[in-house]
Write a protein that binds this ligand. Structure first.
Ligand code: TPP
Ligand code: MG
Length: 306
């Protein structure tokens, strides 16, 4: 793992210091404005680690949303452990890139990434959904360090992202805004109002990532509400649009690189994923949209995620 230290406004590329473990890296981060840069291999291991956290957290809580957390593990890993310019020691850093989890029910995944990045102690993860815990079932920006937007009521994150992207432009700051949406979430009319507005305002500092796992709360999208052709819809709304394998870290990073070069319009990354990815009995199984694994299922899942 290498960790780069840099001040606000400085170039991102920086060979910087290097550290061998997450703990060393986090210690390095504590004193500085920095970013974490894992290798591809380390990111793959981190995605698995985040999946393990999701299983343990929801299992212990006895409730939560494992399916849509597992599908987005590589997306969130690529952002938090490679791509985002952020500093866990200074969560309010004005020039940080913003990540908005619009599909707020995937909170366990975001909390796991925040903890592993160093925003708070990994032990906190065991308190998911407990009374008084800073880790509630859906994201709350007033109680969890590193959470940028309170979400859970679907459809709102892209609109929120537009506000931050416009503010960045007005303030002449070069941060970028990444919004993660669910594909079922795209049934919400507000998503398309926001899509239209983003293109209208030519927000090239805004990236929407759609976790296209083809399922929502009640089953397959094609049965509940057909959203296809999804990429063509984003294109029609004026977005630079890409389709990637959402479990392929290289493809995700290449897409974020490409998005950075696009001028005058926002970018949509349609990430094809599998709901419940990584745990055989959860994959493509709508039951695990909003049901926690039992103790026996936790054991089986962790065995598969070794
Ligand atoms: C406005 C709103 N309506 C309904 C719900 C209930 N709900 C929670 S998750 C979900 C399905 C979301 O599907 P998708 O966006 O595809 O999420 P993923 O498959 O990634 O879990 C629904 C309908 C909600 N949270 N907010
Ligand atoms: Mg979905």
């Amino acid at each position: 793992m290498s960790v780069s230290g840099q001040g606000a406004g400085e170039e991102r590329a920086n060979p910087g210091a290097s550290a061998n473990t997450t703990a060393e890296a986090v210690n390095f981060l504590r004193g500085k404005t920095s970013l974490i840069t894992l290798s591809l291999e380390e990111m793959a291991a981190m995605a698995k680690k985040l999946r393990r956290h999701v299983i343990k957290m929801t299992g212990k809580a006895g409730s939560g949303h494992p399916g849509g957390s597992l599908s987005a593990a590589e997306i969130v890993t690529a952002l938090y452990f490679k791509y985002l310019r952020h500093n866990p020691a200074n969560p309010q850093w004005q020039d940080r890139d913003r990540f908005i989890l619009s599909k707020g029910h995937a909170a366990p995944l975001l909390y796991a990434a925040l903890a592993e990045s160093g925003y708070f102690d990994v032990d906190e993860l065991a308190t998911l959904r407990a009374l008084g815990s800073c880790l509630q079932g859906h994201c709350d920006m007033t109680t969890t360090l590193g959470v940028e937007m309170s979400s859970g009521s679907l459809g709102q994150g892209l609109s929120f992202g537009i506000g931050i992207a416009l503010a960045g432009r007005l303030d002449r700051r070069d941060y970028r805004v990444y919004v993660l949406l669910g594909d079922g979430e795209c049934d919400e009319g507000q998503v398309w109002e926001a899509a239209m507005a983003s293109a209208h305002f030519k927000l090239d500092n805004l990236v929407a990532i759609i976790d296209h796992n083809k399922q929502q709360i009640d089953g397959w999208n094609r049965d509940v509400m057909n959203i296809e052709p999804l990429a063509e819809k984003w294109k029609a709304f004026g977005w630079h649009t890409m389709e990637v394998d959402g479990h392929d870290l290289s493809q995700l990073l290449a897409a974020f690189d490409e998005a950075k070069k696009v001028k005058g319009r926002p970018t949509a990354v349609i990430a094809h994923t599998i709901k419940g990815k990584g745990v055989s009995f959860m994959e493509n199984n709508p039951e695990f949209h909003g049901r926690a694994p039992t103790a026996a299922e936790v054991e089986m899942a962790l065995e598969e995620l070794k």
